[in-house]
Each structure stands twice: as structure tokens, then as C-alpha cells.
Design a binder for this molecule. Sequence first.
Ligand code: GLN
Length: 569
Amino acid sequence: MNEKFLAEISDKSSGERFSAFPEGYVKGRTKYVIITGSVMSGIGKGIFSSALGKTLKDRGMNVAPIKVEAYLNIDSGTLSPYRHGEVFVLDDGTETDMDLGSYERFLDTGLSKDNFTTHGQIYKRIIEKERAGFYQGRDVQYIPHVTGETKLVLRNLAMKSKADIVLIEIGGTVGDYENLFAMESVRELIYEEGRENACLVNLTYILEPHHLGEFKSKAAQLGLRHLMSLGLQPDVVVCRSERPITGNVKEKISMNANVPIEMVFNTYDVGNIYELPLFYREQGLDSAILGTINLDRKFPVNGSKSLKDWTARNIVEPEKEITIGVAGKYTGTSDTYISIVKALEHCSAALKVKVGIKWIETTDLEKDLGKAEHEMSGIDGIIIPGGFGTRGVEGKIACAGHARKSGIPFLGICYGFQMAVIEFARNVCGIKGANTEEVKKDAENNVICILPEQEEVEGLGGTLRLGGFDIKVKKGTLAHELYGKKEKVRERFRHRFNVNTKFIDILEKSGMVFSGMAPSKRIMQILELPGHPFFIGTQYHAEFTSRPLKPNPVYLGLVKAALKRKYGK
Ligand code: GLN
């Protein structure tokens, strides 16, 4: 174990073993852009960082993002979607914060565990090292060991990705007690790398209280002062506000934070996030940042034709309008289903159609299952998203049933796929009490049961069937058509249960087609109902691979079918 840890650091002779430099690391080869937030959370730091990343990438740079979360969880897999939004799954199975989805979509690139870390991961590694005797008798300290381990993670990403820029997003807000060590790590990183190799950006918030009708920058000033009291001098300040700020706000920020006024920027509500990369470009934000790290001339703008084109293709004037129902149990916060919302946006741009979402709370439906039909009147298609546990299940089954019977285009995602199987088993195959083991552990007719490899699994963290897997698509099916006649596709999964193989025969005999399967295991991965205008379920989360200008085929199929239902073509 000691050897394993030793292999990755450059200074093996150190008696204290806190070298924060990976083997072979060359300073200045990769530059760092570090993004922190002040005043408050929820101001869109993730969107800002990913849109900025897109602007930088558009100049021909290789940008590797990383989100540093301050929490002690090892990953986001065990977090409640109510509190933290969706759990996003990477191809390698890492369960991350939803910001990683935003990075993948804006940068149009696949990310891995190297692009995401938490304090939990960092502490775990330190404790493993300590138990392995790695520190050679030294007392293990927050400084240099926690900060060192954090810097090692950041530099390892630089080494592995060979990026021109590592874009670091520090989770949380300046002043949070819990991200103090991330801040200190960043301070050390900037010092060690040299100011010409690292640019510190602070995204702050300018208040505009309604009762005053003017901008107030005091909270931002205090946030910036706090940042500076940590030894962190921002190079660039970006003021987030609802409306464009007035000039005097920039002056105040500039004077208070030692930042020249031309390095103070403003990002306000633009109505459409796809405008942001070009908006930053037009303000000169990317050039300002690159100027501080001497990359401005190395990567010139080249007229930004591609960014203009990208923006225009993502923001289109809709010619038609449809409504898609999303029937889940966390409908109070759309962040829970953010990738689904994004996947629909991608279809919207591709098909020039405005896609409205009607949230259907399935827990409410359980009191009166007949209400499903009423709630679904007026929608042109329905999605039953992923989910866990018992609450809302019967409501989802009722929605799947109504969609099946009334020809409403249907897309079941993961738990939604399983709900469609249960509904079909109960009402078409006549299997009494058909259910999932997740709801009724020992029921006789559990058409959905635990995956064989999951039977022995203990604990919750990182134990589901996770990440990208290949899917064998059956020729001549709807799925085959949707995926452009490809016979093998790859999508991302996050589940513990699957279709019980004992029931596959009867389901198929009654008309359900399993059009996608795992290549070498009997795991059903896509289902469909021929004869229905559009009824498809995927055991995977098709939304995780949808990208601007490259909508996921299953979502595209749903929106096309909804258009056909409403407009007849
Ligand atoms: N709860 C189901 C399972 O574990 C579905 C999971 C999901 O929808 N992501 O199999």
C-alpha cells in the first residue's frame, strides 16, 4: 500500500511525505482558473463555470473542469435530491453533483472521477495513507496534509488530462467554515504555481432590494474582503445580478477588492443559458482571464464564428408548442430532474418546438388514482422519471396505465421503465399483485426483482449498478429506428433492480417487446409496445448523454411523437 501511494508523488525522499507534486509534474505546463463564490449559494456558480469553460474551449483550448465539494460524503450518491438536486452519473459510474452534467453538456465531453472530488474523498485517502504508515511517524495535520492532498488531486488532473487549463470550481460560498481548507489549498496552489499560472475568479452577488430600487454592493464587498482575509486576492470579479448593474457598482467593487475596473464583469439574467458563452466573450471575460495567465495570445479568438453558430443553433424561434408531463415525487424542485429538463431543451432546439413541462406529483395521485387521467389531460406526452422507494409508486403506475391505454406518448426512465412493466403485468398479463421487490420485499409476483449481482451488496454508497454499459438493440424495433439502426449503443445506468427473468416470457407473449438487452447478461434494458404510437421504457437514464445539438434519440423520439399527437405530423 505504501508503494502505491509513494508511486504518485515526486518527492519520495521527504521524511514527512506531504509532497503535493505528482511524479513528473512540470509547473506552468497547465494553468489553473479557480472559481469561488461569495455572498450566497444558488447564484449559478456551476452554470457560470461551465459556460465560461465553453467560451475557453471555443478558443481551441483543452479545458479540464473539476468540482471540489466541501462535504464529507465520498460522492453525491447518497444525497437527497430535495437538498442537492439530481445525482448525475458519469460513464465510469461516479455519482456526482449535477454541475458535472452541466460541464459535460457545455463542454460536450465525457468526464470521469478525476473531475470530481469531495472532502470526504480527500480525508479518506489521508486516513488510508496514515494507516499504511505512509507519513513515517509524522503527525498528520490539516496543513500541510489536507491542503497537500487537495493540491495533489488538482495537479493529478492537470497531468492526466494534459489540459491547457484546469477549471476548478470550489463548492460553497466564501465564509463557509466547511470549505476553508479548499480555500487554503487554492491559496497555496496559486502561490506555488505562480500568479502567471493561476487566475482566481470570484463570482459575487449584487443585491437589488425591491423596496429600495437600487443596487447594493455591500454584501459583495464584505464577501470579497473575506476572501482577501484568507490570503486570496481575486484577479477577476464577476458580479451576478438580476438586471444589468450600473457603473458605480463596478467602481465600488474595484476599489474595495483591489481589482482594476476592467477586470470587474457583470452577468445578469439572460433568460437563456445558451446565450452565456457568447455573452462572456462579448464582454471580454475570457480574454481578461487568459490575459492574467498569459494565454490570451496563444489562443486567439478567431472571430468566434463557431461560438456564434453554436449559440444560434441552440436558441431557435419555436414554431410549435407541446406539453410533456413529468410524473415524479420530487416535482417541487426541478433541479431533481435537471438532466431531463435539459434533454427536452436539446430536443426543443433541434425540432424548433417549445416544450412546456407539466409537473405531476405522483404522491398526490395516490389518494385518488382516477386523478391520473385528469392530470394527464392536455399533455402531449409523458415521462416517468427515475426514483427510489415506495412513495408515489402507485401514482406512477396509474400514469403508465393511462398512457398505455390512451395512446399518449410515453417514456419511462429507470424506475419509470419498471413501473411500465408492473402496470403491463397487472393489467395486460393478469398477474395479480405484480410489483417490485423494492416496494414489497417477499411478494409472490415481483416482476421487478433485485439484480443477481446486487444480492450480496451491503451499504448504500456507490453500490448500485452504475455507469455506462453497452446495450444490444434488437433489429427492426422502435429503439433500433431511434438509434439510427445501430445494434450496439452505450448509455448510463443507476439501479439495483431489474425485470425478473421468470416473467419475461409471459410479458413478451402478451405483447411487450424487450428491444434492448445487456450483451451477455439477461438484463432487460429497453422495452416497447408495438401498436402504441410511442411507448418506450429504458432501464438507463437516457438524459445523461443528451447534449446541446445532440439530443438523446429516445427523448427526440418522444418529442416527435408528442408533436405528431398534437399536430398530426
Ligand atoms: N429504484 C430503482 C432501482 O434501484 C430505479 C432506480 C432509478 O430510477 N434510478 O432499480
